[in-house]
Design a protein around this ligand. Sequence first.
Ligand code: F3S
Length: 400
Amino acid sequence: MQLSSEELAMLQGQNGRAVQKAMQILNALGVIYGAERMIPVVSVQISGVSYDNLGEAGLEFLDEMARGGGKARVLTTLNPAGMDIENWQTLGISEDFALNQQRVIQAFADMGVITTCSCTPYLFGNTPLFGEHIAWSESSAVAFANAVLGARTNREGGPSALAAALTGFTPEYGLHLDKNRQPSVHIHVEARLSESHHWGALGQAIGRRFETLKRKPIPYLTGVSSASLENLKSFCASVATYAGLAHFHIQGLTPEAAQYPPPAESFTITQTEIDETLASLSSAPADAPADFVSLGCPHLSLREIARIAELLKGKKVTREFWITTSRPVRQMADRMGYSAIIEASGAKFATDTCCVVAPIQRRFKVMATDSAKACYYAGAKNKFATRILPFDEVVLEATR
Ligand code: F3S
């Protein structure tokens, strides 16, 4: 690992304790992964923000970095926190948890990190360009950045992303290098993918096919003629969760796909496989009503919120319904009058947070959602049974 004089000075502590610690983390990572040098990054996104995941040990690390004079040198935003920062009481969050979560947010704020907490930073200005090097850590956003935007990031952990923010560098290995971005398996899709939950099912179907593989190949998908931004964010979340992928190509849709021919090794995913996968994502018995409804995994776009408002206009929800999104998108929804319609129905905005990172283990029995990723964590973390439905039907489920 060759360090420049600027990087060496950081490592030797000439820029303060936090920067020194950050460069130690990055240097160790570079050595482990065989990087030859550091490269500058233009954007950072940090996960590990919910106090539910961080705990006291994680908070202590952040405090140490803040007290050590750490300051973000590049545009840096946060992943969802464990609560709505401004309106946590409505979501039934305890005061103890809220105080600890606020300490986490304050530590990041002290380091100059923009405390917008969202897994879709690309929807509100933390939007890197094609070919730019970045250090992001939320797995769905990492896949979106690499595959859809054509930016370059490894899947960082919270500490290594923070280290990149405080130094402005990341070690050059993995997906920062051309040779590691090439597809090695061709997946032909013979299925209708008209809604976001179909895309979630496709991600899980790919995960099943890759289950036994130690090293996950980068797939090159064909047979898909169109996808909305919302479809792709759903697919990114699912394919990262179930297949562990940080990159993929879709012929005719994603920006690097045209550089490559379809790889020789190939398989087909059929409609039957998508239907079976969708069925497996619903673990709740058919007659068990959902007592919790959640949309926004990954965080909702303004277009999705507009649709929810359209569907909820003049109606009342009959169960707990969380609308999870980022603060900037929520503010646009406020301005457009969508938030007022949604809140008049009794549905709740869970801004800055989501149904996975909020501390709601075992609070509900059955969750309805359109997100394959949310289904995974509802079972694995929160111990809820799940029902996956098309987007519009999730909204209708809340009003039944
Ligand atoms: Fe985002 Fe939470 Fe889903 S972080 S991708 S809404 S699990």
